[in-house]
Design a binder for this molecule. Sequence first.
Ligand code: CA
Length: 258
Amino acid sequence: MKKLFSVILAFLMVAGCMSTASFADDDASATVYVSVSDKGKLVAAQKSVKVTDTDGDGTLTVNDALYAVHESAYPGGAKEGYGYYTHKDYGLSISKLWGDTSGNFGYYLNNSSCWSLSDTVENGDYLNAFVYSDSKSYSDKYCFFSSFTVTADVNSAIELTLSSAGYDEYWNPVTLPVAGAEITVDGTATGVKTDENGKATIQISGAGSHVISAVSSSEILVPPVCTVQINGGIFDHIISAITAFLSAIVSFILSVFA
Ligand SMILES: [Ca+2]
């Protein structure tokens, strides 16, 4: 019995180390999910990037995260696609985003407007940066879904609310529904539009990971992003792998005990 106990204890210690190793993130880096759109075209959808202090200011910032997403997803890396400089009035500023040098850029962290590129980022943050489509009056509307991520079963109802960041008559920030926007899945229009409260319900038939966004014919939207994981297929494989793993452990313990 003592032997069985030590085997179980050893297993728990190994399992504990494994989970610590997979979730550990040293202070010098953070995992941030970065979306980028280039004049209305989504070019990176919640890309998971490891952010490090690439600009050497001693903190992990929006600037480091944007550098990281270009390094990871832009052809030629950050050297080709991203640039920043220090503006005499506004401080650290973007000079190039996704290869665009128009200077018409915006970026939101966790769906809140950033103060500057020097805003700090943390593990698990969502950053959305974009090149304006409307370079004259900057009418591009930043909008976002009620969830960054959703998990659902095949063909089950997925309800989302699309909102935009706006201001009331006293210039207090408020959240407003975005009505009449058509939901897209992996870039394909679904025919489903948001109602007057910004709500829409869709179903997805394919198992696996998908990107939900929205487009509008009446206004320019900065592409919102929600990633959805549809259970089935891959998920079933994972469950069977875990089951096989657990039964192997049970057989091992039983063999030791015997
Ligand atoms: Ca930095």
